[in-house]
Design a binder for this molecule. Structure first.
Ligand code: NOJ
Length: 459
């Protein structure tokens, strides 16, 4: 039986500005919080930085040709806010805008649909200096920038993602986020590397979703009619350990609750009782109007899916589910947090549909880091990545076959790049990059991806 996807399915690959562009201080770009963080000794493994990264800023034409050659018909990239507004607000920088103009044109010429993300964590440092996401002024500045980009690009861009992984940049950047992994937990930090008290931290969470909502409204006001917009959130997907109705119900309830500060409030327009109760006096401050803005109707829900965040079973005790810890030998990919669990790729979109009746869903990221090496014959035999992609896409196809409205899939990442604080060591690409020479070599997984896209099916 062939595991096909619907006609018109988007087979994309994804990157983010800071991770690939380089040219950190060229053509009038202002510094971002990631420039500052990476230039602070000890923050990034081996002292790596995004100063040059993949040099995509200068090599984007070759990179678009590469995407074409691996069969992608969509590209998710992010726009570096400080290239457009070096100070975060004020006068736009024409050279920064020109880069994305040229990129979008190059994609159009290659028949690759552009899917820009407006915020993939590189806040202009000038705004951080004034309080960053702790300040409502940043929220407003983000919406202005989003509207500006929609005005400039929506003649050629049909889909915009507002913010990438709310949970990651808010929690890991403002508190240090603890994740469950095989055999225990680990804490991950990201720029700007703050350690806020719960009250302030919860307020940043609110500002992030408010920024999303205000951006949705700005894009509707300034973009061409028919422009579509939605978030790209790393969903906290609870996976039922056993697929029977009571455990599935438990997973659904747990997923709604675990996403309370982000997806749930964006899609329901209210915080769950449990979230507010648990936060108590530290709950964020908001008005009824804020909630309306936060839940501005969106056209699609974008979700990044890498792993089951937690396995659950039903329970007679409140809150109706029980977490099952990962076994210490549960298989993992190279990133230390990356527990393998292809079934998350079925349950994440499935639960987004059952909980929130999303009209359209995009898998905005999925992929894995492996320890790739170039073999003597010049090939990268990443059998582990092929196994990973095949198993996750088989589960995605199961969701689609069940009627879940998934419209596209973006593999993370087009090419190896700067994996934030892990530096260049964690290679996520379909294309291998030699960071000394910038030579690109498509891996075995790129050949797999090309066949899957060409057949519009798992191969
Ligand atoms: C999520 C982030 O959006 C992306 O920037 C990162 O590189 C991948 N996951 C892999 O960790």
């Amino acid at each position: 039986m062939s595991l096909e996807f619907p006609k018109g399915f988007y087979w994309g690959t994804a990157t983010a500005a800071y991770q690939v562009e380089g040219a950190w201080n060229e053509d009038g770009k202002g510094p971002s919080i990631w420039d500052t963080y990476a230039h602070t000794p000890g923050k990034i493994k081996n002292g790596d930085t995004g100063d040059v990264a993949d040099d995509h800023y200068h090599r984007y034409k070759d990179d678009v040709a590469l995407m074409k050659s691996i069969g992608a018909n969509a590209y998710r990239f992010s726009i570096a806010w400080p290239r457009i507004f070096p100070q975060g607000t004020g006068t736009p920088n024409p050279k920064g805008l020109d880069f994305y103009d040229r990129l979008v044109d190059e994609l159009a010429a290659a028949d690759i649909a552009p899917f820009p993300t407006l915020y993939h964590w590189d806040l202009p440092q000038a705004l951080q200096d004034k309080g960053g996401w702790q300040s409502r002024d940043t929220v407003k500045a983000f919406a202005d920038y989003a509207g500006f980009m929609a005005e400039k690009l929506s003649d050629r861009v049909r889909h915009f993602f507002t913010i990438n992984e709310f949970r990651s940049f808010v929690d890991m950047g403002h508190h240090g986020h603890e994740v469950a992994i095989a055999g225990g937990t680990m804490t991950i930090s990201l720029a700007p590397g703050l350690k806020l008290a719960p009250r302030e931290w919860n307020q940043v969470r609110l500002h992030a979703v408010l920024g999303h909502g205000m951006a949705v409204q700005a894009i509707r006001a300034k973009g061409k009619k028919g422009t579509k917009v939605g978030p790209a959130e790393v969903i906290e997907c609870a996976v039922p350990m056993i697929e029977t109705p009571e455990h599935i119900k438990a997973a659904e309830t747990a997923t709604r609750e675990r996403n309370a500060p982000f997806l749930t409030v964006m899609l329901e327009g209210k915080y769950t009782d449990a979230y507010l109760k648990e936060a108590g006096a530290d709950a964020p401050k908001f008005t009824a109007d804020d909630l309306k803005i936060i839940s501005s109707p969106m056209d699609f829900v974008g979700i990044n899916v890498y792993r089951p965040m937690v396995y659950v079973v039903a329970s007679d005790q409140a809150p109706g589910w029980r977490e099952i810890p990962f076994a210490s030998a549960h298989p993992k990919m190279s990133s230390s947090w990356h527990t393998l669990g292809p079934e998350a790729m079925y349950w994440a979109p499935k639960l987004v549909q059952s909980l929130w009746k999303a009209k359209e869903i995009f898998i905005t990221e999925n992929g894995c880091a492996t320890s790739d090496v170039v073999a003597d014959d010049g090939t990268v035999y990443d059998t582990d990545r092929v196994m990973f992609l095949r198993s996750y896409l088989t589960e995605l196809q199961r969701a689609v076959a069940d009627g879940v409205p998934v419209k596209g899939y973006f593999q993370w990442s087009t090419m190896d790049n700067l994996e934030w604080t892990q530096g260049f060591g964690n290679r996520y690409g379909l294309v291998y990059v030699d960071f000394k020479t910038q030579k690109r070599t498509p891996k075995l997984s790129a050949a797999w991806f090309r066949e899957a896209a060409a057949h519009n099916a798992v191969v």
